[in-house]
Design a protein around this ligand. Structure first.
Ligand SMILES: *[C@@H]1O[C@H](CO)[C@@H](O)[C@H](O)[C@H]1NC(C)=O
Ligand SMILES: *[C@@H]1O[C@H](CO)[C@@H](O)[C@H](O)[C@H]1NC(C)=O
Ligand SMILES: *[C@@H]1O[C@H](CO)[C@@H](O)[C@H](O)[C@H]1NC(C)=O
Length: 363
């Protein structure tokens, strides 16, 4: 069945206020300084196209058996690189992309687990992003979803989204099946967000540290971590294994949809034989048609020293060819309970089969 859909989104972000005053320079977002917080309202459309010759959502994994749910879709996982536009028309101004994974996680209705990063390219929001981790019961009129973190202007952001279906074309029956087979989804997003005001987003670990220093949250403990992350995709020292791909992964230069599960060592020096302080465990998947850009969802698990036994959870988008990549720390355990923070990644070494990435974390 064919089920193009338009959906409305309403989102709220909360974070701490820093200093300064900025003005809106885009029509789809509005920032309001409430005194202690900055609330941003955003409105945009999300276009999810499964059908046709140019889909933006492509299946990367599915259940072994097709008899998993009434609609047969349970367990289907899609990698998406969906345009976000100012208006409902797909030809209206492009303001960013939603990239990452969603999968059918409900047996009896259409309920998607969404593991996505929304990256913006317009106006002052250029290079800012937020990460959404939530269940999306698509057939409900209004769905509430959780924004767990952000980067750039959305550093330390928290919020929620209220998504509403705006338009649906379910011409041949069951929407569950239709959604999983071929559909288009547009989401109108209204975002209320509160987050620290920053004059500008300067990239790099030092700048993030400086930014944290200026936050009026002195009672909160700030921890800085620095280590190297070793990723190897083939050979005897392989630490990352491909677990899924799409039917275009091998023909697109960005390997769209190719997804790896990894258990990568973290060391204090670039040399893999240097002191190990922990492991990075989770998955990354190629989520862009434009350039190598990976959705990263992982845990940093510390196994020595002061943080032995503590973990940090990480969800963000990693455009690996950029000099500095900023991603969000969305939670922690042990010494890092309730942690939020920013990770900056810089490639120290990269070839076809392995990479060494320097990480600076401020949590
Ligand atoms: C990939 O799979 C989709 C859905 O099954 C199909 O419509 C499309 O034609 C396939 N593309 C290629 C390049 O095989
Ligand atoms: C880390 O903690 C575990 C569990 O408590 C312990 O067995 C291990 O020896 C500790 N490792 C280091 C290097 O302190
Ligand atoms: C990549 O670098 C690693 C570490 O130096 C090396 O073992 C491996 O052979 C290299 N792979 C390629 C394809 O050059």
């Amino acid at each position: 069945m064919v089920a193009p859909m338009v959906t409305t989104f309403l989102m709220l972000f909360l974070a701490t206020r820093a200093w300064g005053q900025t003005t809106d320079d885009v029509s789809w977002a509005k920032r309001v300084d409430t005194g202690s917080q900055v609330v941003t309202t955003m409105q945009f459309y999300f276009h999810d196209t499964l059908s046709g010759s140019n889909p933006s959502a492509i299946k990367v994994a599915g259940p072994q058996s097709s008899a998993t749910s009434p609609g047969g879709g349970f367990g289907q996982v899609m990698m998406i690189d969906d345009p976000l536009t100012e208006g409902p028309d797909k030809k209206s101004k492009l303001i960013g992309h939603a990239r990452g994974l969603y999968g059918q996680a409900a047996q009896n209705e259409l309920g998607l687990i969404m593991v996505l990063n929304y990256g913006f390219t317009d106006g002052m929001y250029k290079d800012s992003s937020f990460s959404l981790l939530s269940l999306n019961p698509v057939m409900q009129t209004v769905r509430e979803m959780t924004i767990v973190g952000g980067t750039g202007l959305f550093r330390l952001a928290r919020g929620y989204a209220l998504a509403q279906t705006y338009w649906i074309d379910a011409s041949t029956g069951d929407a569950i099946v239709g959604y999983n087979r071929e559909s288009k989804l547009l989401i109108l997003c209204t975002i209320f967000m509160a987050f620290p005001l920053v004059h500008s987003i300067s990239e790099g670990p030092k700048e993030v540290q400086q930014w944290f220093k200026e936050l009026p949250i002195k009672q909160e403990k700030v921890t800085k971590l620095h280590f190297y992350f070793h990723d190897t995709t083939t050979g005897p020292a392989q630490t990352a294994h491909q677990i899924a791909e799409s039917n275009i992964s091998s023909t697109t230069i960005t390997q769209f949809g190719r997804t790896f599960m990894f258990d990568n060592p973290l060391t204090v020096e670039p040399d893999v034989r240097s002191v190990r302080i922990g492991k990075g465990q989770g998955f990354f998947g190629a989520a862009s048609f434009e350039e190598p850009r990976f959705l990263m969802n992982l845990n940093f698990v510390f196994t020595s020293g002061r943080y032995n036994g503590s973990t940090l959870q990480f969800l963000g988008m990693n455009p690996i060819l950029h000099r500095v990549r900023e991603m969000s720390i969305v939670g922690g355990t042990g010494a890092f309970r309730l942690a939020r923070g920013i990770a900056t990644a810089q490639t120290y070494f990269l070839n076809d089969t392995s990479s060494i990435v320097e990480y600076n974390l401020v949590v």
